[in-house]
Design a protein around this ligand. Structure first.
Ligand code: SF4
Length: 83
């Protein structure tokens, strides 16, 4: 499951690549203090857009379904794979 097609797409990775963790720290929707993603909160209080990153990290320790790898994380991941 972890390395299925959807996961590889979110991580912009190739099959067999080493990958970073899909956490808020590595997410393109992490705007520093707030999340700009559009998924649902787990507490039924609307969507995640505008939540503080401290809050999203607690709610989604492994990243949410809206995760997409950030450019800076992608650069690190590419280096991990010798590119
Ligand atoms: S809550 Fe989701 S969209 Fe927001 S920063 Fe975390 S992983 Fe990214």
């Amino acid at each position: 499951m972890k390395y299925d097609k959807e996961y590889l797409k979110k991580m912009k990775a190739n099959p067999g690549d080493k990958t970073l963790s899909p956490t808020c720290d590595n997410c393109e929707f992490n705007m520093g203090n707030v999340c700009a993603g559009s998924g649902d909160r787990t507490d039924g209080k609307g969507d995640i857009y505008g939540m503080s990153i401290d809050e999203t990290k607690k709610m989604f320790p492994d990243g949410c379904s809206d995760f997409g790898i950030s450019f800076s994380a992608f650069e690190i991941q590419e280096k991990m794979n010798g590119r």
